[in-house]
Design a protein around this ligand. Structure first.
Ligand code: MTE
Length: 310
C-alpha cells in the first residue's frame, strides 16, 4: 500500500510565499535573526521594502549615516537621554494595531501588515530638525498620510488629527518618570495632515523602521520640529478639539502646538539660527520651515495671530 507521507517542512502550494515577497539574503541579514523569527507575515512585508524613491523632495544635503540615526534618539518612554536604542529592542513590533477613530466616516483598526499592504509605499529623503538644534537627513519609507485619510474619510466637522503613542510599561522604563504626561501625544490641523509632505513612516534605509526610531510606525512632518513626530503610534484620532500636546503640557512657554522651524525665533534657552548635523558635526544655517516653505507656507497665511514657530 502507498502511504502519502509529508516531509517535516513541506507546505501546500497555497501557503508558499511568492519569491518576490521573500527577503533577499542581504535584507534578511540586515533585519537580523530576531525579527525573522516573527515568521512569514513579516517576511512578506519586507518584500515591500525598499520602496521606489520619490525624488520630488530632494533634501539638498547628504544623507546621514544610518548608525548615527539609529543610535542617537529621543524616545522618552525608554529614558530621557539619547542612548535608548538597546533598550528599545525589547519593544515587540508584531502584532501591532493602529486604531483610526473619532470624526471619520469609516473608523478602522489596522493590523500593521494589512496597513503596509494597503498603502502606496515610497521612499522619501527628508530632513529632520530637532528643537534641540541637531539635524539629520534620512531616507524614510512609508506613505503619504492623505492616503489613509482617503480611506477613513474625515467628517467635515473634524479640524485636528491627534497621534497617540504606545504605552508598554513592561518594556518602557521611562514611563516610571511619572511627572511626564503619558501617553506621548501630538497633533496637527486637518489641513497640515492633508499636506503632501505629511508622511507615515514604516521604514528607514530600505528596511523596516527600527523600534528606537519609532517602529513599527511613526509620523513625520519635515517642516516642523522633530518633537511633533510621534513614534510607535497606536491611535490616530480625528477631532474638532485642538489637543494639548505632550511637551506643550510640560512647558507651554517653550514648546507650542505649531512648532514650525524658524531660524529667527529662538528657543527661550538657545538660538535656533544654526543646526548641528548628526555625524559630521558640521554647523549649518537653519532654514525657514526647514527648507520646505514652497510646500507649506500657504497653510499659515491666515494664522498670523497664532504662535506658529515654537
Ligand atoms: N515620540 C515618542 N513617543 N516619544 C518621544 O520621546 N521624541 C520626539 C519625536 N517623537 C519622542 C517621539 C523628539 S523630541 C524627536 S527630535 C524625534 O522623535 C526624534 O526621532 P529620532 O529618535 O528618530 O531621531
Amino acid at each position: 500500500m502507498h502511504i502519502l507521507k509529508f516531509r517535516r517542512f513541506s507546505l501546500p502550494e497555497s501557503q508558499v510565499t511568492p519569491e518576490a515577497l521573500v527577503f533577499s539574503p542581504r535584507q534578511a541579514m540586515a533585519l537580523g535573526a530576531g525579527m525573522l523569527a516573527a515568521g512569514p507575515a513579516l517576511a512578506q512585508q519586507a518584500g515591500l521594502l525598499p520602496a521606489m524613491r520619490n525624488t520630488r523632495y530632494a533634501p539638498g544635503r547628504a544623507i546621514t549615516a544610518e548608525r548615527e540615526v539609529t543610535t542617537y534618539n529621543n524616545f522618552y518612554e525608554f529614558g530621557s537621554h539619547k542612548t535608548i536604542s538597546a533598550a528599545a529592542q525589547r519593544m515587540p513590533q508584531r502584532p501591532w494595531t493602529v486604531k483610526v477613530e473619532g470624526m471619520v466616516e469609516s473608523p478602522r483598526e489596522y493590523g500593521i501588515e494589512d496597513l503596509l499592504r494597503r498603502m502606496p509605499m515610497e521612499e522619501r529623503v527628508y530632513r529632520l530638525r530637532c528643537v534641540e538644534a541637531w539635524a539629520m537627513v534620512v531616507p524614510w519609507t512609508g506613505f503619504q498620510f492623505s492616503a489613509l485619510m482617503a480611506e477613513v474619510k474625515p467628517l467635515s466637522s473634524a479640524r485636528y488629527v491627534v497621534f497617540q503613542t504606545a504605552v508598554l510599561p513592561s518594556v518602557m522604563p521611562g514611563l516610571r518618570q511619572t511627572w511626564y504626561p503619558w501617553p506621548y501625544t501630538e497633533g496637527c490641523t486637518i489641513a497640515e495632515a492633508a499636506n503632501e509632505l505629511s508622511f507615515m513612516v514604516v521604514g528607514a534605509y530600505g528596511k523596516l523602521l527600527p523600534p528606537q526610531n519609532g517602529g513599527p510606525i511613526r509620523f513625520h512632518q519635515p517642516w516642523k520640529y522633530g518633537f511633533k513626530a510621534g513614534k510607535s503610534l497606536v491611535t490616530i484620532r480625528f477631532t474638532n478639539q485642538r489637543p494639548v500636546t505632550f511637551w506643550e503640557k510640560l512647558q507651554p512657554q517653550e514648546y507650542g502646538f505649531w512648532a514650525n522651524v524658524n531660524p529667527a525665533v529662538n528657543h527661550p534657552r538657545w538660538s535656533q539660527a544654526q543646526e548641528r548635523m548628526l555625524g559630521s558635526g558640521e554647523s549649518v544655517p537653519t532654514l525657514l520651515f526647514n527648507g520646505y516653505g514652497e510646500f507649506v507656507a500657504d497653510l499659515y497665511t491666515n494664522l498670523q495671530n497664532e504662535r506658529l514657530w515654537a
